[in-house]
Structures are given as structure tokens and as C-alpha cells.
Design a protein around this ligand. Structure first.
Ligand code: NAI
Ligand SMILES: Nc1nc(O)c(N)c(N[C@@H]2O[C@H](COP(=O)(O)O)[C@@H](O)[C@H]2O)n1
Length: 219
């Protein structure tokens, strides 16, 4: 499976504010690029922290992108994936609106009733890991369901785990000309952080987009 992480951050590396409210860091050109990137993958993934903070739909906004997928014989929108060890995704979350397939990755320790209520809401539940989603096996399970290209939008906890498990192939990050600040505001890679063996990236592109910079890396 090919995994692309895409995010937007302030010049000081923040994905949102200390209140964890969704903020528009990207400008219109970058949002259009993100929609195009979503259109090119089989599934778009976020952590449940992002679902609880933003209630995203993760579908395509641009009807031309929907049409292009349909011409290629693909579903109108990529599937949606949530890493959600403890099945906290609300059954009325926007990504369970039926507009696209939705996979919720949960841990084995989660009570069966929680899984059943997610399934009743339309999710396909994938169990991987004992107490926390085991990302390598979860991604294998998604691959066996036809997900060959996966885009991950965040947040910082999930992105850190993917780097820690050496699962990221590409990183693209839009850097906006703004400072958000806040020691508790989410950053591009949170988790426990690395103290050595830092993942090294190969810079593949630098491009001015909107009033900011799009950095792309091979990982
Ligand atoms: N600017 C941007 O591009 C984006 C910003 N965001 C922002 O990020 C914030 C949410 O980020 P976070 O709080 O870091 O939450 P997150 O979205 O990374 O979700 C973390 C949660 O995922 C679950 N999870 C399951 N398995 C996991 C694993 N193996 N590793 C890590 N997590 C796992 C855990 O319950 C964990 O608490 C929000 O404020 C949102 O607005 C989110 C996506 C993109
Ligand atoms: N690329 C990007 N730029 C920003 O400025 C953002 N705030 C985000 N956030 C991500 O997009 C999701 C919202 O998706 P929908 O519009 O609801 O489909 C949000 O949950 C973050 O993952 N991304």
C-alpha cells in the first residue's frame, strides 16, 4: 500500500488552535489541490480526534473530480477510514452519511456492542490490535479490501504513529504564513515524539501555493 500524508500547518507547525477547533489554514488553491489528491486515492483516513474535533465529511467537493473517478470506473468518492481504538465515532458523524464506504478501525478490547452500533450506522468495522489500533495490520486489512493508495489527513497523533511504524511513503504539507502558537495546540506529529532515530525525509518539491508554501517529501 502507498501511504500519502497531507496536512496544512501554520509557520510554527500547528494543525489547529489550542481549542482544537477546525481552522482554515489552507487557501483556496491548496483546498483545490487537496480535493484533487483525495480524488486520486482509494481511501482517506483520519484519527478519531479529528472526527470529534471537526466532524469532517472527507468527500470530494469538486464535481469534476467526482466525474473523473466515475469515468475511471471508481466509486464517486474515496472510502473513509477512522483510526478509533475505543469506537468513539458518533453514529451521526458526517463520515457515516452513506456518501461513501466508511471503515472504522477499532481495537479488540472494545465491547462488541460498540462495534455493533457503528455497523448499524453503516460503518464496516475492522478489528486490529489489542488495546490500540495496530496500524500495520489495519493497513493490511484495508489493502485486502482493495485500498492500494491511502491518503492520511491527520491529526498529529495519528501522523506520529504512522511515522513511528515507518508506514509513510510521501508527506505533503502546506505551510501558511501565520502563527497559531499554543503549547497544547496539535502539531504535525505529536504522540510521544522521537528522541533518536528521527525519520529522515527527502525533499521532493517546494512550491508557492496561495500565500504559503507547499513542501513535498519522499519518506
Ligand atoms: N490542519 C490540518 O491539516 C489538520 C488538522 N487537524 C486537527 O488535528 C486535531 C486532531 O488531532 P489529534 O487530536 O492529534 O487527533 P487524531 O485525529 O490524530 O486522532 C488521534 C486518536 O486516534 C486514535 N487512534 C487509534 N489508533 C491510533 C494509533 N495507532 N495511533 C494514534 N492514534 C490512534 C486514538 O483514539 C487517538 O486519540 C484537530 O484539532 C483537527 O482540527 C486534523 C487533520 C488535518
Ligand atoms: N488541507 C487542510 N487544510 C486545512 O486548512 C484544514 N483545516 C484541513 N483540515 C482537514 O480537512 C478535514 C475537513 O474535511 P471536509 O471538508 O469536512 O471534507 C478536517 O477534518 C481535517 O482533516 N486540511
Amino acid at each position: 500500500m502507498h501511504v500519502v500524508v497531507n496536512a496544512a500547518m501554520s509557520a510554527d507547525g500547528k494543525l489547529s488552535t489550542r481549542r482544537r477547533e477546525q481552522v482554515a489554514i489552507s487557501g483556496s488553491e491548496d483546498f483545490e489541490r487537496v480535493d484533487e489528491l483525495r480524488a486520486s486515492v482509494d481511501a482517506v483516513m483520519v484519527g478519531v480526534g479529528t472526527v470529534l474535533a471537526d466532524n469532517p465529511s472527507l468527500t470530494l467537493d469538486d464535481s469534476d473530480h467526482v466525474a473523473a473517478r466515475e469515468e475511471r470506473g471508481e466509486s464517486p468518492h474515496p472510502a473513509r477510514v477512522v483510526a478509533d481504538s475505543h469506537a468513539r465515532t458518533p453514529p451521526d458523524a458526517r463520515l457515516l452519511d452513506g456518501a461513501a464506504d466508511t471503515y472504522v478501525l477499532v481495537a479488540e478490547a472494545e465491547p462488541v456492542e460498540h462495534r455493533e452500533s457503528l455497523e448499524a450506522a453503516g460503518a464496516t468495522v475492522v478489528v486490529a490490535g489489542e488495546n490500540r489500533v495496530d496500524l500495520p495490520s489495519a493497513l493490511d486489512a484495508l489493502e485486502s479490501r482493495g485500498v492500494d493508495r491511502l491518503m492520511v489527513e491527520g491529526g498529529g497523533e495519528l501522523i506520529f504513529s504512522l511515522f513511528a511504524e515507518d508506514l509513510v511513503d510521501e508527506l505533503s504539507v502546506f505551510v501558511a504564513p501565520q502563527i497559531i502558537g499554543g503549547r497544547d495546540a496539535p502539531t504535525l506529529a505529536d504522540g510521544d515524539g522521537f528522541v533518536d532515530d528521527f525519520p529522515e525525509l527527502d525533499l521532493a518539491g517546494v512550491e508557492r501555493v496561495d500565500d504559503g508554501v507547499l513542501l513535498t517529501y519522499d519518506c
